[in-house]
Write a protein that binds this ligand. Structure first.
Ligand SMILES: C[S@@+](CC[C@H](N)C(=O)[O-])C[C@H]1O[C@@H](n2cnc3c(N)ncnc32)[C@H](O)[C@@H]1O
Length: 214
């Protein structure tokens, strides 16, 4: 696939592009006149794996693809941004990115941390296993609660409901623990798929962003 090309799945209508997300024309090409209700970005985190820029420059670069995303998001939509916080460099770019996002017409909804299974700095520091995921919304998108497959065991949290004293397992909507904004139950696998390791996740290798069309 060459830069500027878009491939469309003729069966389900998915569109995959080899595109520059900072270029409004490329984004328009991908969207083909439609709006998205979900955008998930997994950009380079301004660490040496890709290219490290002065953080102000990195944030300006992010602002380009954020603005392009905001222009194609529907009225009620969700925006997720994976990012990092470099403990060797003032935790950049997380706080800088958050400050820039404050100036945009979106509202923060949650600050998710995923626990990586592989980490670094085990001998001289707390092992660094964090991976940050910012969740913002535009309008009022729907939200469906998610549950882990970990059975709920804690008992004894009593509360009056309709004049009756109830125990927390009675009040639960699920017998499993609700997913919160610290994700600790996801198997991290590199270059492997479900057929090799059960329950693994496998993020798209091709492009840093994915959009769900309306
Ligand atoms: C953190 S990686 C994401 C990788 C992928 N989600 C995965 O898990 O394998 C960041 C990706 O963004 C891509 N990228 C960098 N600049 C880009 C741009 N302007 N437009 C689109 N993608 C870009 C890089 O080539 C890289 O593949």
């Amino acid at each position: 696939m060459q830069l500027g090309e878009v491939w469309e799945d003729t069966k389900h209508g998915h569109r995959v592009g080899c595109l520059d997300s900072t270029d409004p024309e490329h984004v328009a090409l991908l969207m083909n006149g439609r709006k998205a209700r979900l955008a998930i970005h997994d950009p380079p985190y301004n660490q040496i794996t890709f290219k490290k820029l002065p953080v102000e420059e990195y944030v300006k670069w992010c602002e380009l693809w954020i603005d392009n995303t905001l222009s194609i998001l529907d009225d009620d939509s969700s925006l997720y941004i994976w990012t990092g916080a470099d403990q060797f460099d003032s935790f950049q770019p997380l706080p800088d990115l958050m400050l820039m996002l404050r100036t945009k017409p979106i509202r923060p909804r949650s600050f998710i941390t995923m626990r990586n299974q592989r980490g670094y700095g085990t001998q001289k520091n707390w092992m660094a296993v964090r991976q940050e995921l910012l969740y913002y919304i535009k309008g009022k998108p729907p939200f469906i609660p998610q549950y882990t497959d970990i059975p709920k065991k804690t008992k004894g949290y009593y509360k009056q409901v309709g004049g009756k004293l109830t125990e927390n397992l009675e009040r639960s909507k699920s017998k499993y623990i609700t997913s919160g904004n610290v994700w600790f139950d996801i198997q991290q696998v590199f270059y492997k798929r479900e057929e090799y390791v059960q329950g693994c996740y496998y993020k798209n290798q091709l492009f840093c962003s994915s959009l769900t069309l309306n």
